[in-house]
Ligand binder design. Structure first.
Ligand code: GDD
Length: 339
């Protein structure tokens, strides 16, 4: 039997790497879109894919170039396409609104248009986000809750979501959106708050740092584990009909609680180490997110199993291992962690 072909944009990121592993286990031929720089400097850009690199087919293209995405899709002709690539750091979207909108909206539009043109039977997944709910109009949020984004990032995701719906309705594309709540892991980028806390807690435990500067620690998020969330993406594309699904744990915790657990796991008190930095507060904040994934549970049979505490512990343990294995020179070099 010929293998099913999957194409992942954003394969080098946290979700892309877990999804690639998952699809390889399911015996897919897995192709990924990467930036040219990733192929030129694999050690730096492809570290999350290290264990499966030899089994992947990587193609260079840019989300800013329709021609490059069209060329990749023409050569791969995927059965399933997971569009995960985006400028995904909300804070950065306040600093560079224009490039966030260009990359996230046009990139999604280019992929949809190229699939419509070249592979209209391909099933498409769009990485929507709970940031689309923004200033939430109800708690918990469902697929029916109205969007009220609070950042250009959130706005770009609403546009991508609407593009996906429109391609589904106008051209009969099997196009689905996952409205994913925050999902974390030891592969999370250091700029996101969970990884920032887990890595700093580990460094503080080892005497390599003493403080972690944070912004709004009262913000609440519904945090799940990325490894489980990529499975929901796949199940969506196995459905006879496309749809939109909230993917969440249904629990909400504050950044403060995350810090408290992370530090206490190492026998430390977060109050001694968290420093408030006014510059890290956002111009418009999403105060609380809590998702209701009943539809995903009922229709997709998807439900999360990893608890908040297990997630925090796994991240802190992984960072302790990484930081303990560092040479003194590495440790000194990494003083300037991204904030
Ligand atoms: N990054 C960061 N750094 N966030 C901080 C800090 C800090 O020092 N201090 C407090 N926070 C607060 C933010 O203000 C926000 O309320 C919360 O921590 C979470 O921030 P992030 O981890 O940066 O994630 P996010 O919620 O903005 O966005 C993530 O989740 C979305 C889904 O809800 C990203 O993964 C998005 O790409 C994703 O769509």
């Amino acid at each position: 039997m010929t293998k099913r072909i999957a194409l992942i944009t954003g394969i080098t990121g946290q979700d892309g790497s877990y999804l690639a592993e998952f699809l390889l286990e399911k015996d897919y031929a897995v192709h990924g879109v990467v930036r040219r720089v990733a192929l030129e400097d694999p050690e730096h850009h492809l570290w999350r894919l290290r264990s499966v690199l030899q089994d992947l087919h990587l193609h260079s293209a840019s989300l800013e170039s329709f021609a490059s995405l069209h060329r990749v899709i023409r050569s791969v002709l995927p059965d399933e396409c997971y569009h995960l690539a985006a400028q995904s750091f909300v804070s950065y979207s306040f600093e560079d609104e224009f490039s966030t909108l260009n990359t996230n909206i046009n990139g999604t539009h280019y992929v949809l248009a190229a699939l419509h043109d070249l592979a209209p039977k391909c099933r498409f997944y769009f990485a929507g986000s709970s940031e689309m709910f923004g200033r939430v109009e109800e708690v918990p949020q469902t697929e029916k809750t109205r969007f009220h984004p609070r950042s250009v990032y959130g706005i770009s995701k609403v546009a991508g979501f609407e593009l996906t719906r429109n391609y589904r309705e106008a051209y009969d594309l099997h196009a689905s959106s996952g409205i994913l709540y925050n999902h974390e892991s030891p592969r999370r980028g250091y700029e996101f708050v969970t990884r920032k806390i887990s890595s700093h807690a580990a460094r503080i435990k080892l005497g390599l740092a003493s403080k972690v500067p944070l912004g709004n620690i009262e913000a609440k998020r519904d945090w799940g584990h990325a490894r489980e969330y990529v499975k929901a993406m796949w199940v969506m594309l196995q459905q006879p009909r496309p749809g939109d699904y909230v993917v969440a744990t249904g629990e909400t915790h504050s950044v403060r609680e995350f810090a408290e657990l992370a530090f206490s796991h190492l026998g430390l008190d977060y109050k001694d180490h968290v420093a408030s930095d006014p510059q890290l507060f956002r111009p418009a904040e999403v105060d609380m997110l809590q998702g209701d994934a009943s539809l995903a549970r009922a229709t997709l049979g998807w439900k999360p199993t990893i608890s908040f505490y297990e997630l925090v512990r796994e991240m802190v343990d992984a960072d302790l291992k990484i930081q303990s294995g560092r040479s003194v020179i590495d440790a000194a070099r990494s003083v300037g962690f991204p904030q």
